[in-house]
Design a protein around this ligand. Structure first.
Ligand SMILES: [Zn+2]
Length: 311
């Protein structure tokens, strides 16, 4: 059965991208032209065709394996078995936070902005990581928001509460902007960014070579972004998945943060299947840093295969 996805006005949905884009001969035959990781541990550079991409560490958090975040409704033993099966500690769950920067000539596109001050010491390293990459905040021309949770929009403002990236146009799905404006906890950020926000419909080209993809279930306007250059492409999948082992191997397990759990489950299951079948190159903001890799399938089991070893 075809999982549920919103049919966007432009007719472009996750399924079409992963099937249509992932199966091209050109893509299968061209290995990604990855460069060696940068010396700085919070800055990892790689290529998407002729574009430079930079994974920028913002932070990370570790929470107990108590079924309150991942595997909601399962037992801690269920979740621990999956974690330990992958060589991870069974009593805790670790998630990273790493926005992605795309450089296309003079255009610098930042996808999500990390937590800023929203989560205390858990996040907020993005400005330092950008500086380590040699990029000033006012060089950012475009910001693409996957969704309006604090670990993605907290970094839109600086410690003084002002725009952290004063020249950037901030783009997000129209449904997400409506959702964000209704969130009283985000009012101070909404008030500051409103003059800079432009909204789009799913399927829109939001920057040259970058297309917004509706990946439903996490929030009302949750968007992935497909970045294409030449024969290479990357899908920034936002919070379609959170954990590189639990979310990939058990997409049917509920995650606390999903707004619509059944739809989010369907999105994860579709992403697993179509990414594995299509050899889709993926970027996950919460997978172990730098979050770049593929999903493979062996029998019924899906696994995350990082392109650059986690650090
Ligand atoms: Zn998140």
């Amino acid at each position: 059965m075809i999982p549920h996805f919103k049919i966007a006005a432009a007719g472009l949905v996750l399924s079409a991208v992963l099937i249509g884009g992932g199966c091209s001969k050109a893509q299968e035959s061209s290995a990604p032209s990855t460069t060696a990781p940068a010396a700085n541990a919070d800055v990892t550079r790689f290529k998407i065709g002729s574009l430079e991409a930079i994974a920028l560490r913002d932070g990370g958090l570790t929470v107990p394996n108590d079924n309150k975040v991942l595997g909601v409704g399962r037992t801690p033993e269920d979740v621990a078995a999956v974690l330990t099966g992958a060589g991870l500690p069974g009593d805790q769950i670790s998630l990273s936070i790493q926005p992605l920067l795309i450089r296309d000539g003079d255009r610098l596109v930042l996808i999500d902005t990390g937590a800023g001050a929203a989560f205390g010491p858990v996040g907020g390293k993005l400005p330092a990581s950008l500086a380590a990459a040699g990029i000033a905040p006012d060089e950012i021309t475009d910001i693409l928001i996957s969704h309006s949770h604090g670990d993605h929009v907290g970094g839109l403002v600086n410690a003084s509460g002002a725009l952290a990236f004063p020249r950037a146009t901030i783009r997000m799905a129209a449904a997400e902007w409506t959702f964000m404006q209704a969130n009283a906890e985000l009012k101070s950020i909404v008030d500051v960014i409103t003059p800079r926000v432009e909204t789009f419909a799913p399927g829109a080209e939001v920057a040259p070579g970058i297309t917004a993809i509706a990946i439903e279930g996490h929030t009302p306007g949750h968007s992935g972004y497909e970045i294409v250059s030449g024969t290479e492409r990357l899908l920034y999948a936002g919070d379609a998945m959170h954990h590189s082992v639990v979310s990939v191997q058990h997409p049917e397990w509920k995650i606390l943060f999903d707004d619509n759990a059944p739809v989010a489950t369907a999105s994860r299951e579709a992403l697993d299947a179509r990414a594995a079948d299509g050899h889709t190159r993926l970027y996950f903001v919460h997978f172990p840093y730098p979050g770049l890799g593929h999903i493979t399938r062996t029998g019924d089991v899906y696994r995350w295969v990082p392109e650059i070893p986690a650090s």
